[in-house]
Design a protein around this ligand. Structure first.
Ligand code: SAH
Length: 267
């Protein structure tokens, strides 16, 4: 049966997308197959789409009727400021459009969905969140690493490597002391600081670390290393953002699980 037939049989019902409303949606980790059915439906109904660099622009093919506003980073140009984006979605809604605000991953996992929701609330504009698969889980799945494994971890920490400013660092040593695996978003530029903090928290040099670039996209690369070598390995391999850093024993269990999806690019 084709995808179209399968979808027709499901007869998925979604809430009414009213003119003047904003839907703050996650597009998943990268590949179009990671869009939820609700987001696909919203693409078909929207009058205006405001999307980021982490969203595959090919998703807009499902939305030929909508005006598209790109607010991500374009080669050399910085991304639009948050206040510009807030004002844009408010204005489009006030023009009585159905506005789909599409972000990479999940809108509320390091996605500033809350800030946009506050701006909409302040302007009296109705909105709802449409969750997406956050990149951490897309990347772990691609790499064959279990997010939780009985007997190995009882929690998984999602952390950002980037604070509001240079003084706004997480206490990496305290996170290390929990003994639970940590997935770091936006961590590439602060990797040496993060590694140092984790060491101070008692993590062994041999603690397994994976770095996953462009998970689920054509640019996906996987590096498997350890705490001692990861910074040098990342540089040697030329891993670039967007990438996630996964620290902890769960990384070693990709071997234990048997059939590997692909081999590491460095030993
Ligand atoms: N809301 C997004 C995260 C936005 S913050 C989510 O839920 O995934 C941006 C960071 O997300 C990037 O710096 C990177 O660390 C991570 N990221 C997003 N997409 C990714 C992908 N396909 N592969 C690896 N990392 C990704």
């Amino acid at each position: 049966m084709s995808l179209v037939d399968a979808l027709a049989r499901l007869d998925v019902r979604i809430p009414q997308f009213e003119p003047g409303h904003v839907w703050l949606a996650g597009a998943g980790p990268g590949h179009l197959a990671g869009l939820t059915l609700e987001v696909v439906a919203a693409l078909g109904l929207a009058d205006a789409i405001v999307y980021d660099a982490l969203v595959d622009a090919a998703a807009l093919k499902a939305s030929p009727q909508a005006e598209a506003h790109f607010v991500g980073k374009r080669a050399g140009q910085p991304s639009a400021t948050q206040s510009f984006i807030n004002e844009l979605i408010v204005r489009l809604a006030q023009e009585n459009k159905r506005v789909l605000r599409l972000k990479g991953g999940d809108p509320n996992v390091f996605g500033r969905g809350g800030e946009e929701a506050s701006a909409l609330s302040a302007a009296g504009i109705p909105f709802r969140f449409l969750p997406g698969v956050t990149s951490a889980f897309g990347a772990l799945a691609s790499a064959g690493i279990p997010a939780t494994l009985r007997g190995v971890n009882k929690a998984i920490i999602l952390a950002t490597g980037h604070g509001i400013d240079d003084t706004d660092h997480l206490d990496w040593a305290s996170l290390a002391r929990t003994g639970q695996p940590i997935v770091v978003y936006m961590g590439m530029s602060n990797l040496p600081v993060i590694v140092e903090g984790l060491r101070r928290g008692g993590l062994a040099e041999a603690t397994p670390v994976a770095v996953i670039q462009g998970a689920t996209t054509a640019k996906e690369r996987l590096l498997v290393s350890d705490l001692a070598r990861v910074d040098a390995d990342v540089r040697a391999a030329g891993i670039v953002p967007p990438a996630l850093i996964v620290v902890g024993e769960i990384v070693a269990h990709r071997h234990a699980l048997g059939s590997l999806i692909r081999e590491a690019i460095l030993p």
